[in-house]
Design a protein around this ligand. Structure first.
Ligand SMILES: [Zn+2]
Length: 212
């Protein structure tokens, strides 16, 4: 997939857009994606409730939650107020819009219970709750890692990947790579796959991004 890019964009000496490609010179993928989102999207009002906000008071929400495999890329980030962000927690945008429209508190709770169960079953059977066209299955051996990210097998993130693998019987969080299959995000997922002889991984290939 291609991520949206502004014509003129640079992020300190870390990244820049040239010829419709985002070149990343130094690694800090998530911060870069957050900054890019502010460059691309309206940050004057909350995406969900429409309340005016300032950039300083705004937060970024994953439209498809991280726990469902939602990646940190501009398509999946909404600029919103902290109150909406806190209420939304683990719901997709669609689920949240419906949740928002329910006025009765008991009904709200009931709806949240129902969709939590639905989301769990969905992930067990089908995998990440994100648009299918974003992901492809890639061989783990094809991915190159140029640097070490995170704490590895003793870290919390690795344990979370392990826990979710037991829970769903599959990997939910896709790894993100550039167009040359250099790893940009989710090192722990790749590490877990290698340690457990998992050959293929849900992968988001960013075709207009290059790590140099
Ligand atoms: Zn809001």
């Amino acid at each position: 997939m291609k991520i949206p890019l502004p014509e003129n964009y640079s992020y300190e000496d870390i990244a820049e857009v040239k010829d419709d490609t985002l070149y990343i010179h130094k690694f800090c993928f998530e911060d870069l994606m957050y900054d890019l989102t502010y460059a691309l999207k309206d940050c004057s009002k909350c995406y969900y409730c429409g309340k005016p906000i300032s950039r300083e008071k705004s937060t970024l929400d994953h439209l498809y939650p991280k726990d469902f495999g939602g990646p940190t890329i501009p398509e999946n980030l909404a600029i919103c107020c902290s109150s909406c962000n806190n209420i939304k927690t683990n719901m997709t945008e669609e689920q949240f819009v419906y949740f928002f429209s329910i006025s009765d508190d008991e009904k709200k709770k009931e709806f949240y219970r129902d969709i939590s169960l639905h989301n769990h079953i969905f992930m067990k059977w089908y995998g990440p709750i994100i648009p299918k066209e974003w992901i492809s299955e890639q061989k783990a051996e094809k991915i190159t890692v140029y640097f070490f990210m995170g704490k590895g097998i003793n870290g919390k993130t690795y344990k979370k990947v392990e826990k979710n693998y037991k829970k769903y019987g599959r990997i939910i969080r896709p790894i993100i790579v550039d167009r040359n299959f250099k790893l940009l995000s989710s090192f722990n997922v790749l590490l877990f796959a290698k340690n457990n002889s998992i050959d293929t991984l849900p992968t988001i290939v960013l075709e207009n991004v290059e790590l140099d």
